[in-house]
Design a protein around this ligand. Sequence first.
Ligand code: SF4
Ligand code: SF4
Length: 630
Amino acid sequence: MGALHRTGLEMGVLATLLAISGLLFAGPMKRVVAIILGSKPDADFQWAPLGRRAADFLWEVVCQAKVIRERPLAGLAHAFVFWGFCAFSVVTINHIGLGFGVRWIDPREGVWGPAYYAVAALFAGAVAFSISVLAVRRFVLRPKWLGEQLSLGSGLVALLILILMGTYLAEYRLRLEPASGAGRLVWWMHTAALLIFLPVIVRTKHLHLLLAPVTIFLSRGGFSRIPPLVGEEDFGLVTGADSTRLVALQAFSCVECGRCQEHCPAYNTGKILNPKEIALGLRSYFKAHGAGSEEPLLGEYLSEEAIFQCTTCGACEYQCPVGIEHLPLLVGLRRGAVNTGQWEDAHGGELFLRLERNGNPLGMSALERDKFIKRAELPLYDGTQEYLLWLGCMGAYDPAGRESLLALTRVMRYLGVSWGVLKKEKCTGDAARRLGNDLVFQQLAEFNIGQLQAVRARKLISICPHCVRTIGEDWKQAGASFEIEHHSVFLARHDAKLPAPGTRERTVYHDPCYLGRYLETYDEPRAVVAGAAELIEVARRRERSFCCGAGGGLAFLGEEKGTRVSRERAVELAATEAGTVAAACPFCHTMLRDGLAAVRPLNAPQIVDIAQLAAARLPRTPGARNDDSK
Ligand code: SF4
Ligand code: SF4
C-alpha cells in the first residue's frame, strides 16, 4: 500500500461529492427497497434448492447466457458491458482510494497490479466498443422493441460509460502520474462520471444492474409457476396489498429490452396486450401508490382487456433476461378479476358454466363420451393395465381429437402395450386455471383426482400437452399429481419397433407452447415425424415457436381483435411449402386447421397429429375402422 499526495481541500471536496452522490442514490433506492420489502411475503417461497438458484445465477448472471442466446450480437455487447463492470469494481475502489491519498493496488509495481490493470484495459476497450454499438442500435437503428421514445437516460448512461472507459485507458496508456496536472484532470473526470452514474442508475431502467441478479437468484424457477392462494381471503392480485415481494422486485427489474414484446403473439397480431407494458405498468402503480395500497391494480396502469388477451404461451417469460415471471403475474391479475366477479365477459361466463355443468369446455353431454368409448371399444382402466389413457376433452368430444386419440390406441395395440380409460373423466381445469377461476379449477381437479385414485391409476398418457401440464403440475395445488406422459415421448421411445413408412411426405412440425416451452419436449415429436416423413422446419420453432392462439382459455373466448394468431402461424407454416403440417396438441390441430384453410383456401396443407403419422406406418388390418371419431 503506498501513500500519494492529495491536498486536504481535494479530499474534502471528494468526500462532499461522494456524500451528495450517495444521498442522491440512497433516497430513491430506499423507496424501491421499501416497496419491495413492504409488499406481502411470497407464501410459497423457499430457498431450496440452493444449488438450482446458484446454477441459474452462474448461467444467467455471470455467464449472461440467456442475454447472449436470444439476441447474439446485442446480447454479447451487453455481456461485455456487464463483465466490464465486474472487472472494474476493483479498479473503482482503488481509484476512489487514490483520492484520499491511498493506493491499494499499484498498476506499475509487482506482478498482480500490472496484470490486473492490463486485463481491465482490455475490458475497457471491449466495453467502449460494445456501448458504442448499443448506442448506435438504440439511437440510429431504433428497433421498435426498444420503444417509440428515445431514452435520454440511456443516452446519458452510454456517455458516462464512454467517459469512464476513455479516462481509464488514457490514464493507463499514457502512464499518467496521479500527482501530475494531467493525471489529476483525468482522475477528476473519471470520478465525476462515477459520481453522476450512481444517482442516474437508480432513477432509470439501469436499476436492473443492481436488481436483476437478485431477481434471477430469487425467481420461483421452473416455468409459469402459479403460486397457491393462501386462505379464504386470497383472490389473487386484486390490489397492491395483494402484491408480493417477488412481484414488486420483478416490476422494478425490467430493463425495457422489449424481448417479451418482440415474441408476444398477442402484441404481434394487433392486440393491446404488451407484456413489457405489464411489467412497466406495475412499476408505475408501485411508484404512484407505494406498497400495500388498496387501489385496484387493474385500471390506470394495467388493462383488464389486455390481460385477457394473453394465450399464456410463455414466450415472454422464456425470453426475459432478468427473471421476470410474466405468467404468474398475468394469471394472478386474471384471478383477481375473476375470483372477485369483476370480469364480465359473455364467452368467459358461458365457458365457466359449461365447465361446471357439463365438465368440459365444449358443453357436450358426458353421454357423448360414454358413446364414443363404447363405439370405439376402448377398454376401461381396471388397475392392471400399464397405462391409463387420459382422453381429455378434445380426445373425448372433438372429432379431430378423437382421430388422434384412436391413432394412438392403434399404435399402442400394435406394440402390445396395455391401457384403459377412465369411466368418468372431466376437464383437467386447464382453461379455468389459466383464466383465473380457482373455484372451478379446484372442483374439476378434485373430481378427477377422486376418479384416478379410485382406480389406483399409476401412469397416465395423453395426446394433449395442456392436460399433461395441468395434471402433472397444477393439480399439485389441488392435493395430488400423477405421473403423466405426452404421447410424443411414448411414440419416440417405441419408434424403432414400428415398420418403416412407405412414402415420406414433406411434413413441417409445429411446436405447441405447452409441449415445448412448458414441458421442454422438442426432440421427441420431431423423432416421431422424422420416423414417418421428411421433417421440415419452420423459421420460428422450438423455444421460439409461435403460438396457435388457443392457450389460456382463449380457444373459448370468441373472436379475436386484430389478426387471428392462428392465421399468423398458418402463414409461416404454409410458407414452408410442406404438404403436411404435424401437430402434437389437439388445440393446435384445430386452430391451425382453420388458419391454414383461411390462408390457402384452395390448396391448404393437410394437418395431422403425430400419432396419425405413427399409425400410418402400421400394416393395414382388415376391417380396421378409422371412422370411430364420429
Ligand atoms: S404469455 Fe404469450 S401471449 Fe401472454 S403476454 Fe406472454 S408472450 Fe404474450
Ligand atoms: S419484461 Fe423482461 S423481456 Fe420484457 S422488456 Fe422487461 S426485461 Fe425485457
